[in-house]
Design a protein. Structure first.
Ligand code: AMP
Ligand code: MG
Length: 406
């Protein structure tokens, strides 16, 4: 058996980032920036007012109070989106709305709450502080500034910033197209009555959904029978048109585990026994240049090997940087009756859920049946508690967990 870290390192090393492409801003959410971006413009682009009120000269309203207001001549109204026609002179007040270009001549905002009207005159009842409520051009982003580095994962805020500086297209690493193939003579799909020995294919639905959740582009390759020619045909086609392929089933020690035989023939595969439970059998290699992940058939095993082995490789293909590939392990505390250790050299991932306790610690409890076929408990898990070989846990024991959130 090999340690999980060794298997992960092998996968990540062989999953080269995809070649960058240019995309519209609106298609870039969740993708990784392939080159640094500089701001082409100031944001805000011009000096503007942060409040509704009057653009005035601070000297004109110094010492103003409700009892002794400063009387200024109203010279018009400036909404956001217009440019002022002339500067504000001594003794004048220009009504301005939030976001309006702040006029020359004025140097302070008398907020509307401190004013009242008397005919065309504006009575200002409090001093306006020089510069207050005025946002200089470039106050948020200065033209020429480096905004985001290559490797940045583009979120909603990043795309907003890029919109604000007039960026239309960017160079990103495209999300990999990932095929998902189920294998096994026992598998059926659709609204059919199960015949003896048959089961419904669940792995494909799970894996396609995990890929979508993680921002990859899933392709449904259907079910292949336990037949070498059929498996070979599907895999040859899939590795030609996908950036990576996930198979499930047929990689263990069974008599009909033909995925193994086929991949050995058409690819350069490494068959691993990874020192984890579930998901010990795992195959990884290249068919041509396409990474292929041979996940085990048991539903929990295929999910766990996706999370800890396939996902990091696919994230690397997506351009994510070292340090942003693997699930984060965080410290928690066992909050149920615990469990006995498993007496072998494997690390067990206990399917569990976690929540913050009143003292701010993360409390973790098992979600139920821990068999590799018991998908129900895995479905309800939001973390995997890392139970080292041979170690049992009791309530209150510290334990590390891998968080499984999106
Ligand atoms: P295998 O790795 O092909 O020996 O499969 C191991 C176990 O997982 C067997 O009980 C299979 O019936 C089951 N299995 C394989 N593929 C799937 C699938 N796509 N959906 C649900 N169970 C599966
Ligand atoms: Mg099988």
């Amino acid at each position: 058996m090999i340690p999980l870290e060794e298997a992960q390192a092998e996968v990540v090393a062989a999953c080269a980032p995809r070649f960058p492409v240019s995309v519209e801003l609106s298609d870039a959410l969740g993708l990784v920036l392939a080159e640094p971006i500089r701001a082409a413009e100031d944001v805000p682009p011009f000096r503007n007012t942060a409040m509704d009120g009057y653009a005035v000269r601070a000297a004109d309203v110094a010492g103003a109070s409700p009892g002794r207001p400063a009387r200024l001549r109203g010279i018009g109204t400036l909404p956001a989106g217009r440019a002022p026609s002339h500067p504000v002179g001594p003794g004048e007040a220009l009504r301005i709305m939030t976001g309006a270009l702040f006029p020359d001549g004025a140097d302070a905002v008398a907020i509307v709450e401190n004013t009242r009207l008397d005919g065309d005159d504006v009575l200002v009842e409090a001093p306006a502080v020089l510069g207050e409520h005025i946002r200089p051009a470039g106050d948020d982003i200065a033209s020429g500034q480096e905004l985001f580095r290559a490797g940045t994962v583009l979120g909603a805020g990043h795309l907003g910033v890029l919109s604000s500086v007039g960026c239309q297209r960017l160079t990103v690493v495209p999300a990999p197209v990932v095929g998902v193939l189920s294998t096994g003579d026992e598998l059926v799909e659709g609204p059919v009555v199960l015949q003896p020995g048959q089961i419904r294919d669940s792995n494909r639905q799970t894996l396609l959904s995990l890929l979508r959740r993680d921002g990859f582009r899933p392709v449904d390759l259907g079910i292949a029978r336990d037949d070498q020619a059929e498996i070979e045909e599907v895999l040859a086609d899939a590795t030609g048109r996908c950036d990576a392929v996930l198979t499930s089933g047929g990689v263990s020690m069974g008599d009909f585990d033909y995925v193994k035989a086929v991949l050995d023939r058409i690819g350069r595969m490494h068959w691993m026994q990874v020192a984890i439970r579930p998901a010990k059998p795992f195959a990884f290699g290249l068919v041509g240049e396409t990474p292929v992940f041979g996940l085990p058939g048991n539903p929990v095993s295929s999910m766990v090997s996706y999370e800890v082995l396939a996902r990091p490789g696919l994230r690397r293909m997506s351009g994510r940087l070292e340090g942003d590939l693997h699930r984060a392990a965080v410290a928690a505390v066992v909050d149920d009756q615990g469990w006995q250790g498993w007496r072998d050299e494997r690390t067990t991932f206990v399917r569990a859920t976690c929540r913050f306790g009143p003292d701010g610690r993360l409390l973790v409890s098992s979600t139920g049946g821990q068999g590799s076929h018991q998908l129900y408990a895995m479905a309800q898990a939001d973390c995997l508690a890392i139970s080292p070989p041979g170690t049992g846990f009791s309530r209150g024991d510290p334990i590390n967990v891998l968080l499984l959130g999106p």
